[in-house]
Design a protein around this ligand. Structure first.
Ligand code: NAP
Length: 244
């Protein structure tokens, strides 16, 4: 894996940061991409201090042209991208009856359209190399639904559909496409939830704890490895048993 280059979107924080760190610890050269340059650089510094190889890349998933330019720059600089992790994602919760169209559009734009455009941008180099790994970060709520998250749930169910469609299209070129569907993971995204909601969520988790970014990163690392060569179009739940 040591010659491989991975781009992890939303790697400035949370799950993406941990995926980037685990890749780098395994010798993979990592591109830390998000729309928060200062945080990207902080993660790059952490990785390089630990002896890994990483570079930062500004990437704004709300801007299709910027996505194209960013991937052009990344591929020119690194010469390749072998692994893409579509991890960046946001929530903008509201009950469906009151959800503003702006909140719907933004979540779909970043979580689903953004992931599609990133995948599209790496396909030519992966096809040429006849090797590639795309890992999309979905969510348990994309599999089971959730109140107050019609936009987010739709984006994550969409990511699962996108994963299967791309898996079928790209298999002949030895590119696998899989999704990891995390449950309730301790990051900034879940920090904002009120204590009562957290308690209620914990009641639904057979393993009786929140997941850690490292739990998700381990599954991503496996799917991105040579060992996972015969796995494509799958959704791996990392949810403490919350959904079976
Ligand atoms: P997080 O801590 O909120 O981090 C989100 C990441 O996405 C940040 O790096 C953020 O960059 C990036 N991002 C947001 N908007 C962006 C944009 N317009 N362009 C580029 N990057 C953007 O979230 P997390 O909890 O680690 O979640 C990571 C993924 O796991 C998401 O897809 C999320 O839906 C999924 N997930 C999380 C949980 C959970 O319980 N935490 C559960 C299931 C699924 P900035 O630093 O620039 O804001």
């Amino acid at each position: 894996m040591s010659e491989r280059v991975a781009c992890v979107t939303g790697a400035s924080r949370g799950i993406g940061r941990e995926i980037a760190k685990q890749f780098a610890a395994g010798g993979i050269q990592v591109i830390v991409a998000s729309n928060e340059e200062e945080n990207n650089h902080k993660v790059v510094a952490e990785i390089t201090e630990a002896g890994g190889r990483a570079v930062a890349q500004f990437l704004d998933l709300t801007q299709p042209d910027q996505i194209k330019d960013a991937f052009k720059q990344m591929i020119e600089a690194a010469g390749r991208i072998d692994i893409l992790v579509n991890n960046a994602g946001i929530t903008k919760d509201a009950l469906a009856a009151r959800m503003k169209k702006d909140a719907w559009d933004l979540v779909l734009q970043i979580n689903l359209t953004g992931a599609f455009l990133c995948a599209q941008a790496v396909m030519p180099v992966m096809m040429k190399a006849r090797w590639g790994r795309i890992v999309n970060i979905a969510s348990v709520v994309g599999q089971m639904g959730n109140v107050g998250q019609a936009n987010y749930v739709s984006s994550k169910a969409g990511i699962i559909g996108l994963t299967k469609a791309l898996a079928r299209e790209l298999a002949a070129r030895n590119i696998t496409v899989n999704a990891v569907a995390p449950g309730f993971i301790e990051t900034d995204m879940t920090k904002v939830l009120p204590e009562q909601v957290r308690e209620a969520m914990l009641q639904q988790i057979p393993l009786k704890r929140m997941g850690q970014p490292a739990d998700v990163a381990a599954a991503v690392r496996f799917l991105a490895s040579d060992e996972a060569a015969y796995i494509t179009g799958q959704v791996i739940g990392v949810n403490g048993g919350m959904y079976m």
